[in-house]
Every structure is written in C-alpha cells, then in structure tokens.
Design a protein around this ligand. Structure first.
Ligand SMILES: COc1ccc(NC(=O)[C@H](C)Nc2nc3c(cnn3-c3ccccc3C)c(=O)[nH]2)cc1
Ligand SMILES: [Zn+2]
Length: 321
C-alpha cells in the first residue's frame, strides 16, 4: 500500500527524480485511503460528501512551514500504512479504524504555527477559550466537528446515534492525545497494557488508538531521509518564527526553539533517543512486523544525525583552535 509520499517522475534526461505530491494529488490519495478501507460502503458515505469533507479539511489547514496540509497528508498516510501493516482490520472494528484515520486527518486543523506554550504565555483567544487546557488540540477538534456540522461535508450523517457518539468520543480522545505535554502519561499507560494487551478490552483499545495517532503524528524520521530531513527544516522554521515573536513580545523563549541556541542535529538526536525510540519500541513489541518499517529507519536516522553532530563538533573544534 501507499508507503511513499513522493512521486517519481521521468525527468527529460530520463533519470529518476523525486518531486512532492501536488495538493490535488494528495486529496485524491486521501479519498483512495477512505474508499480502500471500505468506509464508504460500511458507513453509507456518498463519494461527493467525502470529497466535500476532504476539500473543507484541506481549506482549513494554514500555509505555514510545518503544520500544513502536507503534514496532515503524511500523518494520515502513515496511519493508513500502519493499519495495513499491523492488520488492524482483523483486530479492531471498522468504526475504530474510521476514528483513527479521521483523527489523523483532522488532528492539526487550523494550526496557527504557534504552540500551546505560546498560546498560554501570550494569553491568546484560544488559551482564553480553552482555559489553558490543550488549547490547540481542543481547537483542532472543534474545527473538525464544525466542518462535520455542514450537511454537504458530513461523512457521519448516515450513522446511527450510537455510532455517531462512539466516533465523536473517539475522535475527541485521539485528537486531544496529540498534545505532546501528555506524551509520558499516554506512553506509560500503554507500557503497562502492552505485555497483557487485550483487543476486547475497551480501555486497552482506547490507549492503542491514541498511540497510533501519536506515532503517525511524529513519524517523519521513519521515512526516507530525503523526505524526513526537509520536514525537520520546516519544523525548525516554524519554531524559530515563534521564538522570534516571543523575543519581540518579551515572552519566555523555549530553548529548543531558539535559533541562537538550537543545533539541528543535537536536538534531533535527543528527540529520537528520548521520544521516538521509546514510543516506537513499545508499539513494535505489540506488532513485531513494524521493526523493519518504523524502528530500523529511525535507528538509521539516529546514526545520520549523530554523525552530523560529531562532524559539526569537529568543525567547531578546528575553527575554535
Ligand atoms: C515532550 O514534548 C516535546 C518533545 C520534543 C519536541 N520537539 C523536539 O524535541 C525537536 C524540536 N524535534 C522534533 N519535534 C518533532 C518532530 C516531529 N514532530 N515534532 C513535533 C512537532 C511539534 C510539536 C511537538 C513535536 C514533538 C521531530 O522529528 N523532531 C517538542 C515537544
Ligand atoms: Zn501534527
């Protein structure tokens, strides 16, 4: 299944060059993911309504360096790939798969490019509206259900009340779970469940669905380095925009966002070592087949950034000397 996010085209020299998917192509591929998982037949979704929904989602992502529609596509495509690779179709209900894919699609809707720490410190409208409690993630979820409240976009309109309540509860839990401030809370719960995981246990399934959305959300480094590395540059661009604004407004500046302090390789080696590897390792214990698909690429990425870190240190060493 679609495990590539780039599109290989024949260049005039007949060499093979990679180019990014166009936005229209990403919309078509998202439609294919929903149809491939039989969501249209299972939930009586008209293709036109799905297309309206996907287009509205596209329109509600902002043109910012990282948290844009391409990030939404990558996270949804990773979720789609993980569903097939782990054979989740045989372990979870189709409605739970719909919750996970739709949560991935909507998880960063209308992201402003400034994180929760900024929202709270700058006392923005979002922080005010959501009382400093995961303001961004609450907003992403509210925008998703704002889109679903339009009849022409409502892919949930033909569900029973029971099914709708289940999906709404699941999407709220999964989207709110993407707040990285809750990373350890959620991973620790999963660590306890993993050795005795029970696919018929509601609590176990809920934590697994959160973990799947979290893994998809921060999984850039599991992709080929030619795809992964540009994402880190985009992320740092967004983080530096924020820290520049914080400095201008006299707000506290987050160290790993400060362009004068952060070194790309060392921030990424820390992120891979302390955030990605523990999370991916735990999921791979439940689905061993993921070792080659997400764990090995991330180990290679750690090597790549560690080498870059060493090279930078030597370079600094010589210039200092
Ligand atoms: C526990 O909360 C955290 C932990 C780590 C980070 N971010 C980092 O350490 C640095 C900037 N690296 C990083 N951060 C990443 C990546 C993917 N998503 N992502 C990200 C983006 C926005 C907000 C939070 C995260 C983790 C990635 O590949 N690298 C941000 C928040
Ligand atoms: Zn995200």
């Amino acid at each position: 299944h679609l495990t590539r996010v780039n599109y290989t085209t024949l260049s005039p020299s007949c060499g093979v060059v990679n180019r990014q998917w166009e936005e229209a192509e990403m919309l078509v591929l998202l439609q294919v993911m929903f149809t491939d998982l039989d969501f249209l037949t299972a939930f009586h979704i008209k293709l036109e309504v799905l297309q309206n929904f996907l287009f509205e989602v596209y329109c509600h992502y902002n043109s910012i360096p990282f948290h844009n529609f391409r990030h939404c596509f990558c996270v949804t495509q990773m979720m789609y790939g993980l569903i097939w690779l782990t054979d989740l179709r045989s372990k979870l209900s189709r409605i739970d798969l719909l919750i996970m894919l739709t949560s991935a699609l909507c998880h960063d809707l209308d992201h402003p490019g400034y994180n929760n720490v900024y929202q709270i410190n700058a006392q923005t409208d979002l922080a005010l509206r959501y009382n400093d409690i995961s303001p961004l993630e609450n907003h992403h979820c509210a925008v998703a259900f704002g889109i679903l409240s339009k009849p022409e976009c409502n892919i949930l309109k033909n569900l029973t009340c029971e099914q709708y309540k289940h999906i709404r509860g699941g999407m709220i839990r999964c989207i709110l779970a993407t707040d990285m401030a809750r990373h350890n809370e959620i991973l620790n719960k999963f660590r306890i469940m993993q050795p005795v995981f029970d696919f018929t246990n509601k609590d176990h399934k809920e934590v697994l669905m959160k973990i799947m959305v979290k893994v998809s959300d921060i999984s850039n480094e599991a992709r080929p380095m030619t795809v992964a590395e540009p994402w880190l540059d985009c992320l740092l661009q967004e983080f530096f925009n924020q820290s520049d604004t914080e400095k201008l407004k006299g707000l506290p500046v987050t160290p790993f966002m400060d362009r004068d302090k952060v070194s790309k390789p060392s921030s990424q080696t820390n992120f891979i070592r302390f955030v990605l590897l523990p999370l991916f390792t735990e999921l791979t214990k439940l689905f061993p087949c993921l070792e080659q698909h997400i764990l090995e690429p991330v180990r290679r990425a750690l090597e790549y950034y560690s080498d870059m870190e060493r090279a930078n240190k030597q370079e600094q060493g010589t210039t200092k000397a």
